[in-house]
Ligand binder design. Structure first.
Ligand SMILES: Cc1cc2nc3c(=O)[nH]c(=O)nc-3n(C[C@H](O)[C@H](O)[C@H](O)COP(=O)(O)O)c2cc1C
Length: 339
């Protein structure tokens, strides 16, 4: 059982995770592995209110306390590196730069800002060809920082319409250079980022990747997601990565079935799993790990509750991103006969 990456919007100004996060992640240390909330590799990768980064000493020191506390409680924890690309509002950032993306294509949608409430997403600036190596280098540096902070590994967030998926997808990538056009060009950014992260981590076995083929979240669309994602997974299938994490967002086609045979390594399935559907998926051999999101959010002791057949707390979506302790560190721990 993996705990899914979940943005919780409780970080302090300037991308520093708060002390409350120590308790939040420690409470969930019985997960097979925790994948953290999305963490910006660099300041230009931040987009949402009160979200964290891992580019400077203050941020690294705060993450070190979190990873250390999870380890002390017997858990393992991967840092999810999330560069939002065009899904960013300047009011949520500590640098004054226009958000960047593969192409200057604005996302239809709005984003919450603490300063001005809901705001339209701005039109991003297209990255110059010459800038792309420095963005890749930002992921490598963030990986080194995650190692310094004591994380067991890192996950590349290549899902949910953020920067890597903006490179992969035809509606957000209008480039005509080596990073756009053909499917082999559109996957190039993700492949090169994974190579850089693997080198920075010391081994590809410390690097996972999350994808969400055909999920329309954040106004993302690809003309042929089956072709795009089979090409991507074929290209990374023998790199020796820690795992491939696939979020399935619609019943058909099953990207678990399509992609698993192409990936030579552990396969993590995500998207609305329950105890029963997770067990059935593992028993059928369709996945090696099941990733639980909202159930872990609301049940710090989800592993124990599943093992002992206990009832589950319900999640409160009003407090997902609300800030503060409520709905973050106060979900009840089960009282069991063995306690
Ligand atoms: C509050 C919340 C925040 C999320 N933030 C992230 C994130 O930062 N990175 C990410 O990859 N997915 C994020 N997700 C998606 C989850 O990782 C997961 O894929 C999704 O919730 C489906 O799993 P579930 O049905 O078990 O919750 C988030 C989901 C929720 C509910």
């Amino acid at each position: 059982m993996m705990m899914a990456p979940m943005t919780r919007s409780r970080a302090l100004p300037k991308g520093v995770p708060s002390e409350l996060a120590i308790e939040y992640y420690s409470q969930r240390a019985s997960a097979g592995v925790i994948i953290t909330e999305g963490i910006a590799p660099c300041a230009s990768g931040l987009g949402y209110a009160r979200t964290p980064a891992i580019e400077n000493a203050e941020q690294i020191a705060a993450w070190k306390k979190i990873a250390g506390a999870v380890h002390q409680n017997g858990g393992r924890i991967f840092a999810q590196l999330m560069h939002v690309g065009r899904i960013a509002h300047p009011a949520n950032r500590y640098i004054d730069q226009t958000p960047v993306a593969p192409s200057a294509v604005k996302a239809n949608g709005q984003m919450w800002t603490d300063a001005h409430g809901l705001q339209d997403l701005p039109t991003p600036r297209a990255l110059d060809l010459g800038e792309i190596p420095s963005v890749i280098e930002d992921y490598a540096k963030a990986t080194e920082n995650a190692v310094i902070a004591g994380f067991d590994g890192v996950e590349l967030h290549s899902a949910s319409g953020y920067l890597p998926m903006q490179f992969l997808s035809s509606n957000t990538n209008e480039r005509s250079d080596a990073y756009g056009g053909s499917v082999n060009n559109r996957i190039r950014f993700v492949v090169e980022v994974l190579e850089a992260m693997s080198q920075a981590a010391g081994s590809p076995s410390k690097v996972g990747i999350k994808i969400s083929p055909a999920m329309p979240f954040n106004d993302i669309h690809d003309a042929d997601p089956v072709e795009t994602f089979t090409t991507l997974v074929n290209a990374i299938g023998n790199m020796g990565l820690a795992y491939l994490h696939v979020l399935q967002s619609a019943p058909e086609p099953s990207y678990f079935k399509i992609l698993r045979p192409l990936f030579n390594g552990p396969f993590a399935a995500a998207g609305g799993f329950t105890k029963d559907s997770g067990n059935a998926t593992l028993a059928s051999g369709a996945a090696d790990f099941i990733v639980y999101g909202k159930l872990f959010l609301a049940n710090p002791d989800l592993v124990l509750r599943f093992a002992e057949g206990l009832s589950l707390n319900e999640w409160d979506s009003n407090t997902f991103y609300a800030g503060g302790a409520k709905g973050y560190v106060d979900y009840p721990i089960a009282k069991t006969s063995t306690v």
